[in-house]
Ligand binder design. Structure first.
Ligand code: ADP
Ligand code: ASP
Ligand code: MG
Length: 423
């Protein structure tokens, strides 16, 4: 008998019919003798609907008390879907109980809308499991030290599931979603994308952080830190398929180097349209400018991604970096009011219509010329590269948003990532 955590995404929980299907699948696993913990997302569209209602009443604000209410609001989506799943399981003849994050307790810090999990108390869950119940825990949320409900950022139910699996030392965490695994790139953009049987943890970490939304980045970080066996698989297979086959389906996130992503040099392509570029022009090129600019940005809890500083000319330089689009207006405002006057810089410009495209692969460590091949491919398509950033196993470029799909398709082809076509 093993303790297994299942996570079901929004589409998988999207209607009462789908919830019933999830309940039947979970019941099958429980009847096979497993102790089952299930972490559902809100029904598809629900989180957007709730946040949309808030926007109708008040425009986005940097105010902490506003963000507190956004979290109190958005967290209800998962509370509803969790209770519905418990009801569906009970109607399948199972004993089931649902808990919100605060009832478990899943303790987080107080960074509303992007809180981080600090600890999980497993007592209550274990007692229920020992009593033979299926335990359902809301995804996406926790509670801070003062008892305020917090949420973990969009896509955060993945992180809830992996963190719960880590806390319970689960045998495996299965992430059920609307695709049947992790692909070489988003199959919605490149229909020829190929499913990977395994992907190394490091590659998955880069793919997620570069924008592959199939797993939230923090869930992969958790899996790495606590060595949680993790698999991404489809919730759209018939619920009554053979359980052993199901357990081997999808994509395994592997911690073994030699099992890595099919030994390709480039294993996947990720993209992200959630960023915006900010450039500060005519900055006096003196020691400490990067700190003055980025220090202020970091203090405002705004994450910075790609950074470039140009060669200086006549003692002045240009400094550019990207931030999440949600933080764009706030970052510009902050720089204009608090940083530019002190720096004596000439101008600040911004561009929210950019995207980042990245190639990822462990094989890049031991092969030269991969980045050059990427740049050649983009130049052949007439795509201008605005910024570049590299790590050992990835190269990212920032380009005009309107070329994103073209770039992803061209690179997917150039690195021969398509499905082998039947001869
Ligand atoms: P869920 O609601 O189950 O959490 P998400 O929409 O968050 O589902 O994530 C699944 C989606 O991720 C897929 O439908 C797919 O469009 C997208 N995706 C992006 N990159 C990849 C990739 N490399 N492999 C598979 N899916 C990907
Ligand atoms: N419901 C949340 C969202 O839409 C969390 C999740 O689905 O993982 O972002
Ligand atoms: Mg998701």
């Amino acid at each position: 008998m093993a303790l297994i955590v299942h996570k079901y995404g929004g589409t998988s929980m999207g209607s009462t019919e789908r919830i019933r299907n999830v309940a039947k699948r979970v019941a099958k696993w429980a009847r096979a003798g497993h102790q089952m913990v299930v972490v559902p997302s809100a029904m598809s569209g629900e989180t957007n609907r709730l946040l949309g209602l808030a926007k109708e009443l008040a425009p986005a604000s940097a105010n902490d008390s506003y963000h507190r209410e956004l979290d109190a609001l958005a967290a209800t989506g998962e509370q509803a879907s969790s209770a519905l799943l418990a009801i569906a399981l009970q109607s399948e003849g199972m004993e089931a109980v649902s808990y919100a994050g605060w009832q478990v307790t899943i303790k987080t810090n107080s960074a509303y809308t992007k809180a981080r999990i600090e600890s999980i108390d497993d007592k209550r869950v274990r007692a229920d499991l020992d009593a033979g119940k299926v335990v359902i825990i809301t995804g996406f949320q926790g509670v801070d030290g003062e008892g305020h409900v917090t949420t973990l950022g969009r896509g955060g139910s993945d992180t809830s599931a992996v963190a719960v699996a880590a806390a319970l030392k689960a045998h495996e965490c299965l992430i059920y979603t609307d695709v049947d695994g992790v692909y070489t790139t988003d199959p919605r953009v490149v229909p020829e994308a190929r499913r990977l049987h395994t992907v190394s943890f490091e590659e998955m970490l880069e793919m997620a952080s570069m924008g592959s939304k199939v797993l939230q980045i923090r869930s992969v970080e958790f899996a790495g830190k606590y060595k949680v066996p993790l698999r991404v698989l489809s919730s759209f297979t018939p619920w009554d398929i053979n359980i052993d086959e199901e357990a081997k389906s999808g994509t395994l996130i592997s911690f073994e180097e030699d099992e890595q992503m099919e030994q390709a040099i480039v294993s996947g392509i990720a993209f992200n349209r959630d960023e915006a570029k900010i450039s500060i022009l005519g900055v006096p090129d003196t020691p400490g400018i990067a700190y003055q600019i980025l220090g202020a940005v970091a203090e405002a809890n705004i994450e910075v991604d790609v950074i470039i500083q140009n060669v200086s000319k006549d003692g002045k330089t240009d400094f550019s970096f990207t931030v999440h689009r949600n933080d764009y207006a706030r970052a510009i405002e902050l720089l204009k009011t608090a940083v530019l006057p002190k720096l004596g810089a000439q101008e600040i410009t911004g561009d929210a219509k950019i995207c980042k495209v990245s190639i990822v692969g462990i094989g890049m460590r031991s092969h030269v010329g991969i980045a050059a091949k990427m740049f050649r491919c983009l130049s052949e398509e007439g795509i201008n590269i605005q910024m570049i950033s590299t790590s050992e196993i990835k190269t990212s470029v920032v380009i005009d948003e309107k070329y994103m799909e073209l770039a992803v398709r061209a690179l997917h082809k150039a690195f021969e990532l398509e499905q082998p076509t039947a001869a």
